[in-house]
Design a protein around this ligand. Structure first.
Ligand SMILES: Cc1cc2nc3c(=O)[nH]c(=O)nc-3n(C[C@H](O)[C@H](O)[C@H](O)COP(=O)(O)OP(=O)(O)OC[C@H]3O[C@@H](n4cnc5c(N)ncnc54)[C@H](O)[C@@H]3O)c2cc1C
Ligand code: SF4
Length: 348
């Protein structure tokens, strides 16, 4: 039997890679540092996913269950890789649970870290209980209890969603666009309007990037069908008058200052590089790109390649990514890694 392929990270990308490999009879070792599989959608308790509308616990939970049922998948939870040596087709990995495994290749599916809104203190997170993040709103919706003000549990009558929190912000060293937060925010805005039809929902934006087909389904639908209001603005600060949260800024279309009261303010947080990336780069001997994500070795010929032969990468580990693209990349990396289990390819 051929050597297994090591997959690091059990989110959508890693689960897709594991499933693709084991379905064609290839053993895979899946190493996940957390005590659960599923990656951000499960670990952070997302609600209905964009664009399918399926609950994360069902859609990604289903992916987890299918991998867990695969007898060719050896799953190590609460585990990391300590050392990784050797050459394509013939690597040795030492795991933190004390095991040593021989593998043909590795696929890094280690994902991203959510932006910590405490790094944007002027927008009120950490100061006011009713300033929350998109992940917190996702958790409120997923819990079935609905969207409420954390300070006193009341139903909000006015909600502001602030886009690009921790993205497209060169002042705090995060110039990248996190790709999904415009669409996720429009989706959350519609869910709030559906649950609380009397609630006014405003989205503060720099630009709207509901890319591709999402423009109709999220940007236009949220305005036309759900009456979500969009304000093109530069936000200065989020304060409080003791009763309401106050969002202050400038309406950049009419170039006038605006000050609007809200009950709940939501930060649409971005996707930072995984905080582990420095260690991962060192252990696996792979390069990082300029923002700190894992660097791809090739843009067209073999998109799963890193700078080290036999070590592949997929999903949000290499930059902000959607779930469906992370899954597609997991499949692509699996095919590339599989080639190294063939005797004629092992030394190529
Ligand atoms: C608020 C929010 C909502 C979103 N909603 C949607 C949506 O509705 N639809 C959509 O398409 N996308 C959405 N996304 C994006 C989505 O989260 C990502 O596309 C997806 O999680 C990427 O999957 P992944 O497997 O690459 O990474 P992750 O989901 O980040 O999984 C990585 C896994 O690797 C593990 N790991 C990390 N480091 C190590 C290590 N050193 N060793 C071992 N294991 C490690 C982690 O614990 C984790 O389980 C959203 C993002 C945010 C911020
Ligand atoms: S997707 Fe939208 S909210 Fe997210 S960083 Fe890009 S422009 Fe900002």
């Amino acid at each position: 039997m051929s050597r297994p392929i090591l997959i690091v990270g059990g989110g959508p990308a890693g689960l897709a890679a594991a499933r693709a490999l084991t379905q064609v009879g290839q053993p895979a070792v899946l190493v996940e540092k957390n005590s659960r599989l599923g990656g951000a959608p499960i670990l952070s308790g997302y609600a209905r996913l964009v664009p399918s509308g399926e609950w994360a616990k069902d859609a990604i939970g289903g992916m987890v269950a299918r991998v867990q049922q695969e007898r060719r998948a050896s799953i190590h939870l609460g585990t990391t890789v300590k050392t990784f040596t050797g050459a394509p087709g013939n690597f040795t990995a030492e795991l933190s649970d004390g095991r040593r495994i021989e593998v043909a290749a590795a696929i890094l599916c280690t994902g991203f870290t959510h932006f910590d809104s405490l790094n944007k203190p002027e927008w009120g997170f950490g100061t006011f209980a009713d300033v929350v993040t998109t992940t917190q709103v996702e958790q409120m919706i997923a819990s079935g209890r609905g969207v409420r003000c954390p300070s006193d549990g009341r139903k909000p009558e006015r909600v502001a969603i602030l886009l690009c929190v921790g993205s497209r912000d060169r002042q705090i060293g995060r110039p990248w666009c996190s790709k999904v937060c415009c669409t996720v925010s429009a989706n959350i805005a519609m869910e709030i309007r559906q649950e609380l039809p009397g609630c006014h929902v405003y989205i503060y934006y720099m630009d709207i990037r509901t890319f591709g087909l999402y423009e109709t389904q999220y940007y236009w639908r949220s305005q036309e069908e759900f009456k979500v209001k969009y304000i093109k603005a530069r936000i200065a600060e989020v304060t409080s008058d003791g009763q309401k949260l106050i969002v202050k800024g400038e309406d950049t279309l009419v170039k006038r200052p605006i000050t609007i009261p809200f009950d709940l303010v939501v930060h649409a947080i971005g996707m930072d590089p995984n905080v582990d990336n420095g260690a991962i780069a060192q252990i696996f001997g792979v390069a990082l790109e300029t923002h700190g994500y894992l660097a791809r070795g090739n843009s067209y010929g073999n998109t799963a390649e890193t700078s080290r032969a036999g070590v592949f990468v997929a999903g949000a580990a290499c930059g902000p990514e959607t779930i469906d693209d992370s899954i597609a990349q997991g499949h692509a990396a699996a095919v590339r890694a599989l080639a190294l289990t063939l005797p004629t390819q092992a030394s190529a």
